[in-house]
Design a protein around this ligand. Structure first.
Ligand SMILES: [Zn+2]
Length: 339
């Protein structure tokens, strides 16, 4: 069995208060992801509408303090790179500006401000702005961390996703050691290649394209699809064939990646997702073995009580409880899969 898409079903029964206390059977579906080894539980009842995207609470609170990433403050308030690393102090490409993270959590950790505008709704980002962010990240890795093996380009979009600033910005991380998630992906890809004599990512893409229910489409250098075992209610990923690195993307290919990403975040906005996390994982050296994967997950509060989609199961058991099947979500996204 080259790739195992494992689903187990458990039945549970009770006397239902919704149906005159008649005996009722409910199906619990547990999935294990063939790429990551993640485990998710898909609940069979439907997700209610999340309502409309509303950032007014954060924009109101944000008026109390100056924004360090706005054009009039950036030169005064953002950190600068050491002259021996980046003599010009800041990295620039289009509207994107790169500078060191003043609250670092890795030896190579920088912030990339994406836009001149202080606040944008997801659908307002242009592919060019996102592509410049990816290309500036690649330049930062090339110039700042020529010896690092693994990297990620990350995004906390808005406060419920852990964003510390309203102003759109990526955070980039490079290291000689993979993160725990990256390490698992590398190990699984190595074991698969040794056992099957071919690359895991190539086999996965081939399977998913043929199977079709989670496949969304190819844009530029990547394919977009829903992971078999999601890490969030809305979880989407872009994959490229094995051996690809962010550092190899031409400006045209980066624009293709950004174009797909814009479609995905516009879809999230249309479904009321007002906050999300993104991580793009990439090897920085040939043979480092980290497959290229870009992942975007929702960080929603479910109405009417504003219940956080992250609960004890995810936080303390490393498993996700998901209210929407990835197949249903992929079909929904396909209905608006155009620029
Ligand atoms: Zn700002």
């Amino acid at each position: 069995m080259p790739l195992k898409f494992s689903i187990t079903h458990h039945q549970t029964g009770f006397l239902s208060p919704f149906d005159g206390f008649k005996p009722t059977q409910v199906d619990v579906e547990i999935r294990r992801d063939p790429l990551t080894g993640d485990r998710s539980r898909i609940l069979s009842y439907r997700l209610r509408s999340l309502g409309k995207l509303d950032h007014s609470e954060y924009l109101e609170r944000d008026k109390q303090r100056p924004c360090p990433f706005c054009p009039e403050n950036l030169e005064k308030m953002a950190a600068r790179f050491l002259p021996q690393e980046i003599p010009e102090g800041l990295l620039r490409r289009g509207e994107a500006v790169g500078f060191p993270n003043v609250f670092p959590y890795e030896s190579h950790n920088a912030v990339l401000r994406l836009t001149k505008a202080h606040h944008l709704r997801p659908s307002q980002f242009t592919p060019r702005q996102l592509a410049d962010g990816f290309l500036l990240a690649a330049e930062a890795f090339r110039r700042l961390t020529p010896k690092a093996l693994y990297a990620s380009v990350n995004w906390n979009y808005m406060m419920p996703a852990g964003g510390g600033q309203v102003h759109p910005h990526f955070q980039i991380v490079a290291s000689g050691r993979p993160t725990r998630f990256q390490g698992r992906l590398i190990r699984r890809a190595r074991v698969f290649a040794k056992r099957e004599g071919r690359e895991m990512m190539d086999a996965y893409l081939e399977h998913e394209k043929t199977e079709g229910s989670r496949w969304v489409g190819q844009v530029g250098p990547v394919a977009w699809l829903a992971p078999f075992a999601p890490r969030a209610i809305y979880d989407l990923m872009a994959l490229s064939p094995a051996g690809k690195s962010l550092l190899e993307l031409t400006p045209q290919q980066a624009l293709g990646l950004a174009r797909g990403m814009r479609r995905v975040v516009s879809f999230l906005e249309a479904r009321g997702v007002s906050a999300y996390n993104m991580a793009l994982h990439t090897s920085l050296q040939p043979g480092a073995g980290l497959p290229f994967m870009l992942r975007i997950v929702s960080r929603v509060h479910i109405p009417p009580m504003g219940v956080d989609e992250i609960n004890y199961f995810e936080k303390l058991h490393d498993e996700t409880v998901c209210f929407l099947s990835p197949e249903e979500m992929a079909q929904d996204l396909k209905t608006m899969w155009r620029d």
